[in-house]
Design a protein around this ligand. Structure first.
Ligand code: SF4
Length: 194
């Protein structure tokens, strides 16, 4: 049967498939444009996201918005989600068992959106979506072809807040993203960015 956005969101909002359901305040399904040609995927919600039910809010979220603005993007032109939809306590990395339980929701989001470009935000998302051996320090900004999509990883906004020394490399990666958007995306608002 054909999947539907509302059904998926509804299922996810009641999910108790892993132990993270016991400590979450809100399921953080995703935000943005479900028709977007660009998708951004982080590892999981933090405390602010858990409170508000929206991915990438707070300081890291503001920094992500600033990163997008550098290349003319905003949240109306992309879709943002996470590998796990509930907050891992204490902001620890999501366990493999939690990722395995949750990844189906992201796969269904990707199947419905059919983005042309998928950007992993940080190591955990890149290891799950691009390559289990992904090394963020060496492979950020490198393009991969996976499942019919162009994929790359950026440093996670939280890592860039902690270590401003990584920001010049990220600026170059964003410029590479902008160029790729111009090359493969067809939406009129995105063609203007090239
Ligand atoms: S993290 Fe994912 S699998 Fe686990 S309870 Fe939340 S929605 Fe369900």
């Amino acid at each position: 049967m054909e999947d539907r956005w509302e059904i998926l969101e509804q299922e996810c909002s009641h999910c108790r498939e892993c132990a993270l359901c016991q400590t979450r305040k809100n399921v953080v399904f995703g935000v943005g444009n479900p028709q977007a040609e660009i998708m951004l995927v982080g590892e999981g919600p933090g405390a602010n996201e858990d409170e508000q039910g929206i991915p990438f809010v707070g300081k890291a979220g503001q920094f992500l918005d600033d990163m997008l603005a550098i290349i003319g993007l905003d949240r109306t032109l992309v879709y943002i989600a996470n590998i796990v939809k509930c907050r891992p306590p204490g902001n620890r990395d999501p366990l493999n068992v939690e990722q395995d339980a949750c990844i189906g929701y992201l796969r269904r989001q990707i199947a419905l959106i059919q983005p042309k470009i998928l950007v992993s935000l940080g190591r955990i998302a890149a290891m799950r979506l691009i390559d289990p051996k992904f090394r963020i320090t060496r492979e950020h900004g490198v393009w991969f072809d996976v499942d019919g999509m162009r994929m790359m990883a950026l440093y996670h906004p939280s890592a860039l807040l902690r270590d401003p020394g990584k920001r010049p490399e990220t600026f170059d990666d964003l410029k590479s993203l902008q160029k790729e958007v111009g090359r493969v995306c067809t939406h009129t608002e995105l063609k203007k960015l090239w």
